[in-house]
Design a protein around this ligand. Structure first.
Ligand code: PLP
Length: 367
């Protein structure tokens, strides 16, 4: 069924390509690029993004197995790294030609036994080391046992070794990041030496690419940068915005002084007002934190503040001073600055604003 919802997330695939080229130009010629399209391509559309850049990247990565299967079902043939596989998905990983991150002995043992049952040989796996994030990964002192187990089987073959920064975007934590790079270098040398064959190594996310060129290694993992955000305003201003969120005014109410707007009377008009009802709510990713003037939208190039509580499918804005009609366009965000402002006002980061945009909203593409 075609989604004729009036609220739209417009995805600019030309901007995606532009941003990819921007980051490619920061790399040495032989450094490969992996593009992270987890969480529906940071809330946009993983399949359309993958289709538009598949010929320009070495790898895609997603967090969970079902995200990788969706890409395979859409015909994407690029290697896909699963960042956070679970034991129950390992057979599906093999069935769909996906490449697991192996981050624990439990996962390693299970994957070797399933690969054996499914008569695999040299199945590509990626080994993740923890260098301080304490989220996923082996520790340096696991290397001996790890390489022993890997060398005992022909069912799997290590393709890459990687780690992840704790705070690559934060220049005040530079010493810690440099320590992580040193530790990863030591791990990688020791691991590769004991493994006995050459593999790819990678560490940098977007802000790592920008701040730590000495840590680009053989490949980098580009996420938020593809969607138009660098870790500082100078970089962000050089990138192109990818997503625009638009809706319409469904209805206009003339609200008398003393009346309230929205659930639970949290907003009382202190003068007569004209109020527009917008066809978006918290179920679409417009956080309730934006209620009552914290957030605003743009209508006819003018700012309209949110009045009352955001509800599930709607919110209301003050349009008293805007010459507009029912059915007119409403812009929630259309550049990086509006997204960053919304993030700041709701005490979060651009990543969360983007990934909160729900699947109910129709996606349209510029290419
Ligand atoms: C999400 C993720 C990335 C991408 O990070 P950005 O900051 O968006 O570039 C890279 N590596 C891992 C392991 C991730 O989980």
């Amino acid at each position: 069924m075609e989604n004729k919802h009036v609220s739209k997330l417009i995805i600019d695939l030309n901007a995606v390509k532009y941003n990819l080229t921007y980051f490619k130009n920061k790399l040495q010629k032989n450094t490969k690029i992996l593009v992270v399209i987890k969480a529906y391509g940071y809330g946009s559309d993983a399949v359309e993004i993958a289709k538009s850049i598949q010929n320009e990247v070495a790898y895609f990565a997603v967090a969970y197995t079902n995200e990788g299967i969706a890409l395979r079902n859409a015909g994407i043939t690029t290697p896909i790294l699963i960042l956070h596989p679970q034991v129950i998905n390992l057979e599906l990983i093999i069935n769909n030609n996906l490449e697991p991150t192996i981050y624990s002995f439990k996962l390693l043992n299970e994957f070797i036994s399933i690969s054996n049952i499914k008569k695999q040989s040299n199945y590509p796996v990626h080994i993740k080391f923890n260098t301080g994030l304490n989220r996923l990964g082996f520790n340096a002192d696991n290397i001996d046992l790890l390489t022993n187990k890997i060398k005992k089987t022909t069912a799997i073959k290590v393709t890459s070794v990687f780690s992840h920064f704790v705070a690559s975007d934060d220049k005040t934590k530079r010493d810690f990041s440099l320590k992580q790079i040193d530790e990863f270098n030591a791990i990688k040398h020791n691991f590769i030496q004991k493994l006995g064959y050459t593999i790819t190594s990678h560490m940098c996310n977007t802000s790592g690419i920008l701040n730590y060129p000495e840590a680009h290694f053989d490949m980098v993992r580009l996420g938020i940068g593809l969607y138009g955000f660098g870790n500082e305003t100078t970089v962000t201003s050089e990138l192109k915005n990818v997503v625009t969120l638009k809706s319409i005014i469904s209805q206009i109410h003339l609200v008398k002084k003393g009346e309230s707007v929205g659930y639970n009377h949290t907003f009382i008009a202190n003068k007569d007002l004209k109020v527009g009802t917008i066809a978006l709510g918290y179920a679409d990713g417009i956080s309730r934190m934006f209620s009552n003037g914290i957030g605003s939208v743009t209508i006819k190039n003018k700012k309209a503040s949110i009045v009352g509580n955001i509800s599930m499918d709607t919110f209301m804005v003050d349009i008293t001073n805007i010459d507009c009609n029912e059915g007119d366009d409403v812009i929630v965000f259309n550049n990086q600055q509006t997204i960053l402002n919304l993030a700041k006002k709701s005490s979060t980061i651009s990543y969360e604003i983007l990934t909160s945009i729900s699947q109910r909203i129709k996606r349209v593409y510029i290419s």
